[in-house]
Design a protein around this ligand. Structure first.
Ligand SMILES: [Zn+2]
Length: 246
């Protein structure tokens, strides 16, 4: 029997048949993969902890059958602190869904794995009201990882700096009033652009100490970056709406 061990984060866990769960794992060594956790719906299952969403652990997969299944699993960090606040839970669902949507099966990406791990760790310890800051930063950094992040500090067309801009996913970032060609685009002030620029490029450990805008403004910026991500990926992120509405 071919068994392989992976360090992995559970992106998604859904009921599968009467007793099992189907896990979508993001593994450090092999990217995204699916595995059945047999009997995991039972409260006495040995996979009870390791088959929860966003759990980080070491998973031994048996790949002898058509669909790999868990042979054993050990929780390294279940990020239990996330469960204390619905806003943190929704943010965790959002960032896990971005990974699920952004990667095909078996496409390995260590940078994305580390970003996900550090984001979950940060979410676990942060106050609920910071969930949007973190989700916005995560979306931006994912755009950075796949090389399609928006221009945020100057007009993407003429390079003009320091004024109010329009935000255009289609054109790749902010455009100034002289260059704007489409109607109905969202407005981004120069300082909002620079704040997002900082979220994109500063280390994860600095995210929460940045001078974040207030609630409504943070929501607005989160929505713009999500729109940009959805446009770039060409796929919707379903858990955006719940996080946004909280
Ligand atoms: Zn311009």
């Amino acid at each position: 029997m071919a068994n392989k061990t992976y360090k992995a984060i559970v992106l998604r866990a859904v009921k599968y048949g009467e007793q099992d769960k189907m896990l979508t794992l993001f593994t450090l060594e092999g990217g995204k993969m699916s595995a059945v956790a047999k009997g995991a719906q039972s409260a006495r299952s040995k996979f009870l902890g390791s088959s929860q969403s966003y759990c980080f652990g070491e998973y031994v997969l048996s790949e002898s059958l058509k669909m790999p299944y868990l042979s054993s699993a050990e929780v390294i960090n279940g990020f239990k602190g996330i469960g204390r606040d619905i806003r943190l839970l929704c943010a965790a669902a959002y960032i896990c869904e971005i990974i699920t949507v952004a990667f095909e099966e078996a496409s390995e990406d260590r940078s994305a794995f580390m970003l996900l791990y550090h984001s979950l760790k940060l979410l676990e310890g942060c106050p609920g009201e910071k969930s949007l800051v973190l989700s916005t930063a995560f979306a931006l950094k994912m755009l950075g990882i796949n090389g399609s992040y928006p221009a945020l500090d100057r007009c993407v067309n003429c390079g003009k700096v320091g004024e109010d801009y329009f935000f255009s996913p289609k054109e790749g970032g902010i455009v100034c009033a002289d260059c704007v060609s489409a109607e109905g685009l969202a407005i981004l002030t120069a300082s909002q652009g620079l704040y997002l620029f900082d979220l994109l490029f500063c280390g994860m450990d600095k995210i929460l100490s940045l001078n974040a805008p207030s609630g409504q403004e943070q929501k607005y910026l989160f929505k713009q970056i999500n729109n940009y991500l959805v446009y770039t990926l060409g796929k919707n992120i379903k858990s955006f709406e719940m996080l946004y509405q909280l």
